[in-house]
Every structure is written in C-alpha cells, then in structure tokens.
Write a protein that binds this ligand. Sequence first.
Ligand code: GLU
Length: 424
Amino acid sequence: MTAIHAIAEPAQDPAYAIAMAQFNAVADRLGLDDGMRALLAMPKRELTTNFPVKMDDGSVRVFTGYRTQHNLARGPAKGGIRYHPQVSLSEVRALAMWMTWKCAVVNIPYGGAKGGVAVDPKALSQGELERLTRRYASEISLIIGPHSDIPAPDVNTNARVMSWILDTYSMNVGFSVPGVVTGKPVELGGSQGREEATGRGVAIVAREAMQLMGKPLQGARVVIQGFGNVGSHAARILHQWGSNIIGVSDSSGGVFNPKGLNPSDMEEFRAAGGRYCDYPGNNCITNAELLELPCDILVPAALENQITERNAPSIQAPLIVEGANGPTTPAADAILKERGITVVPDILANAGGVTVSYFEWVQGLEHYFWSLEEVNDKLERIMTHAFNEVAAFSRRESVTMRDAALMLGVQRVVQAVKLRGIFP
Ligand code: GLU
C-alpha cells in the first residue's frame, strides 16, 4: 500500500522558462504596458484533472492531465494534446502560449491552447490507452468544444486518439460532434493532407529559407532529430524534393549516413522490426552527436530544450528549421545569432499542422470537403506568405526571424485585445 501525502508537482519545465524569456524580450521590444504584459504572460484558463483508469490487471491508477487555454482574443482555443511522462502544467502553459503566437503568425482565427497527460503511452495496452483517453476527454469536456477549444494530435497522440475523444464528447452530448477535434481520420471528417501537414510545412519553409540564402535545396544535406509525425514526413518530402537526408534519430538514438538515407526504406525497415542502426551503411550515433553533424539544414523535430548554450557553439548547420515546439533556448539563440546561423522559428516552421487543422475545422463546419491538391495548395500559400512576412519584418527591423515572428504574432494578439476592449 502506498501512502499518498501530497500531489507531486514536477519542477518547472524548461519549456516554460524558454517561452517566458521569449515573451518578456518581445514585450520589451514592443513596449507593451504592464496590464497588457500581465494579460498575455498568463494563461486565461486552465484545468488540472487527476483521474482514475482501470488497468488490465484489475488495479486502478490515477493519472494527471491538463488543458490550458492561453488567450482567446483572436478566436476559439486551438492546440494539441500530448502524452508523455514529462508532461506538467508549466510545460502545457508554455506550449499553449506558443500556440497563441503560432496561430497569429500564420493569421488563422484561433487563440492558443494545449493539453497533456503525464503518462508513458508505450507502457499501456490499447485498452488502457483508450480508457485513459476517454476519461481524460470526459474530464476536459468542461472546456473543450467545436466553438470553444479544439484539440488535435501532438507528441504521442494521433488520429486514433482523436477518434476516441470525438466519440466520448459526442456520447456525452447525445449527437456526433466531429468539429470538437482536428487531426481525426478522414473517414470521420478529417482533412486530406492533415497527417503530413506539419512535416510539409517544415519542408516548405526550409525550401523558402534556402532560396533566401541563395542555396540550392537539391543535394542539400539534411539532419532531422525526431522521426515522429513531423520529422518523418519532413524527411520524406525533402527527400522527394532532391535533398539528401544524412542523419535521423528517434528517442532511442540516431543514425548517420553521409551517402544519404531513403526515408521510406527506413520506415519500412523499422516497421519490419529493424533498428535504424542496423540498416546497411548506417553509423550509430547519439541524439546529442546528431545535432552537431556537418549539414546544410538541421531540423529539430522532437522535444523542447535541445539546442542550448552547451551545444549551440558546436552546431555546424547554417540553417535550423524548428519542427518541434521550443527546441532552442534563448541563450542558444544568442549564440546562434552571433555565429550567423539562421533559425526559422517553431511558431512559423511547424505551423503547417495547425493550418491544416483550421482547414479541417472549416470543411467540417461547411460539410464540404476539399481534395488533397486544394489542401496542399492552400497550405503552400499560407506558409509561403507567412514566411515572406516574417522574413521581411526581420530584414526591416534588423532582428532574427524568431524575434520577427514573435513580434508579428504578439502584435496581432495585442491588436485583437485592444479592439475587443476589456470587459466589463
Ligand atoms: N500539435 C500541433 C502543434 O503544436 C498542432 C495543433 C493543432 O493542429 O491544433 O502545432
């Protein structure tokens, strides 16, 4: 029997420190007054839930989950749900804040939110995962909804998990509400192209950045940290466009092959039970070594806090495209800037996912669905437009692309708050 004395509150997540340092620097640059600064620094609303789940062995385990809505000035709250042992309220807060800026940067009519459950989903059976998801969905039903707050996939969640949330919410209200989530299966009202959208967006901005730097994408050496939903699709599309994927990794480690890897073959190899390391021609490396490989484009597409002041001096890529949220610390940013390394920031680089989530939501509301070509066309337009706006702002104001994107995003939110006024 375990005696429970207090609810364990994990130490503040590094992501929170990153998000707050970025926000404070931008608030200074924009000269935000104290009231506006306090309003945007804090989440509007957040829910913590400790909920029981029946495990396969008959025991009951209590899990902790969160849903945070950062700011709703520009529209309903939008953001993914992640399942990871390290999930904490402070991490979810940071991720929700980034969603607010991200939706504003690509100018889609949403505020920012994020949710998560502290759990290692790989240690659960399918049944346990379903019961955990349904109970968590039921708990957060208090604040989610197709017009209030719309979840989507994030780290370790997918279309399957979205289907369970859709069904749970619908069972509670008594009719089908497909618009309560995005990133659902196409058969349930999901959008063509949603699954690969974040990776495609990463590939699009990588292509634009290379063009701006006057370098060819053809033959460019690409290294990708994280081979999940973002990294694997970005790898596949960049490979299709003629780049040379020379290094990839997942949470278990990385591989390096100077001759280039074929992302589809690698996926097949893994699906058949192989380890990347054992693939002919591959050299095994650690995740830390991977980030320091000589290459033309580095894509961190795993978790936060990967490029820090410790490894920033050794990064060899002249261009970093952030597929993950919050992979670079502010201290590392300063070093990268000093070293002349271009960073296409997360809130721009990985916005393709939420952009196609927006398309999915619109199609659902209209009950009229678009072809894959139409989706990809519109995604291409939004991503290149946002990239050009951020690049122009960065040139005009002589700031990094991260500062430019944050300034643009925060400014749009400030404007919405001012136009709406303070109630009552
Ligand atoms: N989880 C993704 C992100 O971090 C997508 C969110 C969404 O589609 O709502 O941007």
